[in-house]
Design a protein around this ligand. Structure first.
Ligand SMILES: NC(=O)c1ccc[n+]([C@@H]2O[C@H](COP(=O)([O-])OP(=O)(O)OC[C@H]3O[C@@H](n4cnc5c(N)ncnc54)[C@H](O)[C@@H]3O)[C@@H](O)[C@H]2O)c1
Length: 268
């Protein structure tokens, strides 16, 4: 029987790195993403390398889509051993200027996407009663404070506390599901262009371009991202953390000082 890994936001960036890493280990990979073309491209690339692949177009902010992902996965493979709730988007401006649509879009993907993943897969994994791993992608921004990326930080702090609670409750229950929370620093991906996946119903028509410029201009973030880690390296960190049972997965341990600064400011 295959070890089965489900990855959301699998078509590009960190998700693609995870899919390639797991497939290289001989796992069956279930690729979930909202973007059809890169999803089909990755499916073809992995199949050409002999991997066992199921690609399911999924909007993680939609409960029915995530339920369909689980149904298709269990119908095909009968089990899930690794679930990576990884899909994420960003938009940035002063926190009081964000529209309701901004909040709904970013929280919908980054926080509700993980919530739907947990609600939908954990009961099935508990019934399965085998060793399983859940990797929720947060960010170093889910552990620190400072100006900028307000909604994104709200969502990622949410993913951290959701993951901590999930881990503690599953441990209390004595289950075989281990939880991990991935907190990367800059990784070279397409996240600064996430507006490409923003649904029509949640657009700010007149501000779309301006929003992207705001992200690209502030603190020269594009240059910082270009200097970031490769998704392949991030996937290696995740793979090792699964093997060693590490809960907080840091790709840039030097950022831990930012966490210390926040904690000291809280403790006084
Ligand atoms: N790149 C970084 O520097 C960085 C740092 C910390 C955390 N992260 C987190 O890593 C995760 C992956 O992002 P990335 O950097 O690889 O970005 P990316 O844009 O390259 O990849 C994100 C993937 O998610 C998909 N996606 C977007 N909306 C979706 C939806 N509604 N449903 C399903 N899939 C959807 C996209 O199509 C894309 O394939 C995100 O949660 C992000 O917040 C990234």
């Amino acid at each position: 029987m295959h070890t089965v890994a489900v990855i959301t936001g699998a078509a590009r960036g960190i998700g693609r790195g995870l899919a390639e890493r797991f497939a290289a280990e001989g796992m069956a990979v279930v690729l979930a993403d909202i973007e059809e073309e890169p999803l089909a491209n990755l499916e073809a690339d992995l199949c050409a390398k002999g991997a066992t692949v199921l690609a399911v177009k999924t909007d993680v902010s939609n409960a029915e889509d995530v339920e369909n992902l689980a149904v298709q996965t269990y119908d095909t493979f009968g089990a899930v051993h690794i679930l990576c709730n990884n899909a994420g988007v960003v938009c940035s401006r002063p926190i009081w200027e964000h529209t309701v649509a901004d909040w709904e879009w970013v929280l919908g993907v980054n926080l509700w996407g993980v919530i739907h993943g947990i609600r939908t897969f954990v009961p099935r994994m508990l019934a399965q009663d085998t060793e399983c791993h859940i990797v929720n992608t947060a960010s170093i921004l889910g552990l620190v404070r400072g100006p900028g990326e307000g909604i994104y930080k709200v969502s990622k702090h949410g993913v951290v506390t959701l993951s901590e609670t999930l881990a503690d409750e599953l441990a209390q229950k004595g289950s075989q599901i281990q939880v991990h929370v991935l907190c990367p620093g800059w990784v070279r991906t397409g996240i600064l262009d996430s507006v490409r996946n923003r649904p029509d119903a949640l657009q700010n028509p007149t501000e779309k371009t301006q929003l992207q410029q705001t992200i690209g201009a502030s603190r020269n973030v594009r240059a910082e991202m270009e200097a970031g880690m490769s998704p392949v390296e991030v996937a290696e960190h995740v793979y090792k953390a699964i093997q060693t049972g590490t809960f907080y997965i840091f790709t840039h341990p030097e950022h831990k000082t930012w966490i210390q600064v926040r904690m000291e400011s809280i403790l006084g």
